[in-house]
Design a protein around this ligand. Structure first.
Ligand SMILES: Nc1ncnc2c1ncn2[C@@H]1O[C@H](COP(=O)(O)OP(=O)(O)OP(=O)(O)O)[C@@H](O)[C@H]1O
Ligand SMILES: [Mg+2]
Length: 293
């Protein structure tokens, strides 16, 4: 049975035509942090929903190994996960769940471990399936775990962009800096943006953001774009408890208003020439990184 599947797969891969040269490709974005619990998953989910409100096509991919919880934040337990694709060769469109506002979502969970130890056939199947997503979305957003393992680092380094989430706490800032250093050491050209989450006030948020950017420029000689400041807001905890994304739970909450504004600037920021920049795309980079390991 398995041999049949493998043979079918090989046949399909052989027949696969070379991909068309100019399709509009999704921008692949990793949401990352140094320290855990700083608000990545809530940022990934609510940013995705706000981009959808702006008529963007968004897929959210939970890449937090073993700890994936986006479905819990949405109050919609996932029926399928990446395991269905990796084990049963299910098509990628069949494992995409639909969340609020029609958000496309792929659950990862413990099955993700396997993604990094696949044989060549299964890996090619994953790449082939993933390729279908690239032309179907404007943004593919990865919710990563805190820090990075050798495995998840391939996805981070292959991304078109990383959004670093931190809070103003010195521990969170120091760990975010460490994470950025790790990324630029391996990929000096990675575009990086930072979100200051849980700011006690706009003033303190701005100050923390400026300090952070100064340190990054001074020690790493790179500019990191400030994407925005999100306030520390009790509505986040209330929304998490009710399992409703905060932007839907209360659109007038300070954090929801700030996220709306942030997403508006973010979407506006996509360079017109992003598609034609001749850069290596996500899949090319990921293939290279996963094969080199
Ligand atoms: N802006 C905010 N205001 C108040 N509380 C917040 C805010 N953002 C996050 N939190 C709190 O932090 C908790 C953790 O958030 P979240 O799960 O998004 O973090 P994470 O970085 O994804 O964590 P992990 O590293 O475990 O994946 C939330 O459940 C909430 O209580
Ligand atoms: Mg998380």
């Amino acid at each position: 049975m398995l041999e049949d599947q493998a043979a079918n797969l090989r046949e399909r891969l052989k027949q696969q035509k070379s991909p068309p040269q100019k399709i509009k490709e999704a921008k692949t974005v990793s949401i990352i942090s140094g320290k855990g619990g700083v608000g990545k998953s809530n940022v990934a989910l609510n940013l995705s929903l706000e981009l959808i409100s702006q008529n963007k096509r968004v897929l959210l991919f939970d890449l937090d190994i073993g700890m994936g919880n986006i479905d819990i934040l949405m109050g919609m337990p996932a029926q399928k996960s990446i395991v269905n694709l990796l084990h049963n060769y299910e098509a990628i469109e069949d494992i995409i769940e639909t969340g609020p506002l029609g958000l496309g979502y792929i659950a990862g969970g413990s099955g993700l471990n396997e993604l990094f130890s696949l044989d060549t056939n299964s890996r090619d199947y994953f790449f082939e399936q993933y390729y279908k997503l690239v032309s179907s979305y404007d943004y593919i957003i990865f919710d990563m775990g805190a820090g990075a393992t050798k495995d998840t680092m391939s996805f981070i380094l292959a991304s078109d962009e990383c959004i670093v989430v931190t809070t103003p706490e010195p521990t969170s800032i120091t760990d975010a800096y460490g994470m950025i250093k790790h990324i630029v050491t391996n990929n000096p050209d990675m575009p990086l943006k930072v979100i200051m989450n849980r700011a006690p006030s706009v003033k303190e948020g701005k100050r923390a953001l400026q300090r952070f950017r100064d340190v990054v420029i001074r020690f790493l000689q790179i500019e990191i774009d400030a994407l925005g400041i999100l306030p520390d807001d009790k509505h986040v905890t209330q929304a998490v408890i009710r399992q409703i994304p905060y932007t839907l739970y209360n659109e007038n909450a300070p954090v929801s208003k700030a996220m709306k504004q942030l997403a508006y600037h973010y979407a506006d920021d996509m360079p017109q020439d992003f598609q034609q920049s001749g850069r290596k795309n996500f899949l090319q980079k990921l293939k290279q990184l996963m094969t080199e390991r």
